[in-house]
Ligand binder design. Structure first.
Ligand code: PHE
Length: 360
């Protein structure tokens, strides 16, 4: 490109116009071919130190009658350089996106990760379905309740040692002054048996309920967590026998665990059932040989028994006409005993490790 004349010297109109047009030609050609960044090119061709800026400063020294024509050429040249720069810009951007961001619109997109129900929710659904089939309806009773329902209503006076195992987490609450003896202390329910008298209080007989809820106890080890779930069955009708209880037990074991799992009933003591039993099921991890989880080949599923007449009376059920059975088992424990789960530490269920949870 030709160098222009010295600044401040008077300059002929034709010369300025010729120089401007040459500059325009040179600039447009150079911008079109250059790989330099747009900002660099703008600086070179239109910046303060550019040929264009120098030519523009000639305006000061040209004759006043020539100013209008030179000004028009100056504007035209500037516009051409600007437009060369902006088309260069579009080209550069499209080139950048075509090399790195190009994508095939026909390829199916990445799906966002999709979760599923937690294993405990799955277990609750499954247990609910199994009992629904034999006419037990799922109900909900409080998980934080007046302590009368999980204790005294169930024939466990306050000072009775039987409640030691279950007296756990109390809520600081002043009680309802002057209100009835049932509404004095509030507890995180240690078992779902609080639902027994609550269900009877509805006054509808016969009862076939399955109450599934959270329970709280002071415990933590390989087979216990401070918060867990229980499912409580209650059947109240006329002439109910232990045979009916055993039938429901066997039905559940067969449908939940599979035909190869066996159950056993051991005599036990609960304040709220008479007679009382503890129900065990053969361990699904070691098949009865003994392992880290079960120790002796059997896992305690939970308690069961014939509802104590005092409990029926507390629920205003006429004990001359009606009797029944109840059972209460752990949801997590039941799920762990299923042959295909192989969970040997109950705490894993609440560890929130997605690698663990997504297996189920
Ligand atoms: N509530 C008892 C427990 O948590 C289980 C149970 C329920 C026993 C119903 C008998 C009848 O261990």
């Amino acid at each position: 490109m030709k160098k222009i004349v010295q600044k401040e010297q008077p300059i002929a109109k034709e010369q300025v116009i010729r120089l401007l047009l040459t500059l325009q030609e040179d600039a447009v050609a150079a911008i079109g071919e250059s790989n330099e960044a747009i900002d660099e090119l703008r600086l070179t061709w239109l910046g303060k130190e550019s040929e264009f800026a120098k030519l523009a400063s000639c305006m000061r020294t040209v004759k006043s009658e020539d100013k209008q024509q030179i000004g028009a050429v100056l504007n035209g040249v500037k516009k051409s350089i600007e437009s060369a720069l902006s088309s260069r810009h579009v080209y550069q951007t499209s080139q950048a996106s075509s090399s790195s961001d190009w994508f095939d619109t026909t390829v199916p997109g990445d799906l966002p990760p999709q979760g599923h129900l937690h294993i405990v929710s799955q277990a609750i659904d499954e247990i609910t379905d199994i009992f629904n089939k034999i006419g037990f309806t799922r109900v909900r009773h409080p998980e934080v309740d007046w302590d009368w329902y999980p204790f005294e209503s169930l024939n466990m006076p306050h000072s009775h040692p039987a409640s030691d195992e279950w007296e756990t987490f109390y809520i600081r609450y002043p009680g309802v002054p002057g209100s009835d003896y049932k509404k004095q202390k509030i507890v995180l329910t240690p078992h779902t048996s609080n639902g027994q008298v609550r269900e009877m209080e509805k006054g509808v007989l016969p009862i076939r309920m399955i109450n599934i809820a959270k329970c709280y106890r002071r415990q933590i080890d390989v087979s216990h967590t401070p918060m867990f779930h229980q499912f409580e069955g209650l059947y109240i009708d006329k002439n109910v026998s232990i045979g009916h209880l055993k039938g429901v037990l066997d039905y559940f074991a067969k449908h939940c665990f599979g035909p190869d799992r066996v159950t056993r009933i051991r005599p036990f003591h609960f304040q709220f059932t008479e007679p009382s039993f503890e129900v065990d099921i053969s361990c699904g991890i070691c098949s009865g040989k003994g392992c880290k989880l079960c120790k002796e080949g059997w896992l305690e599923l939970g308690g069961a028994g014939m509802v104590h007449p005092i409990v029926l009376t507390n629920g205003k059920v006429d004990t001359k006409k009606y009797n029944g059975f109840a059972f209460g088992w752990g949801v997590e424990r039941a799920y762990m005993m299923k042959s295909n789960t192989n969970i040997d530490d109950i705490r894993l269920i609440y560890g929130n490790d997605v690698r663990f949870l997504k297996q189920f």
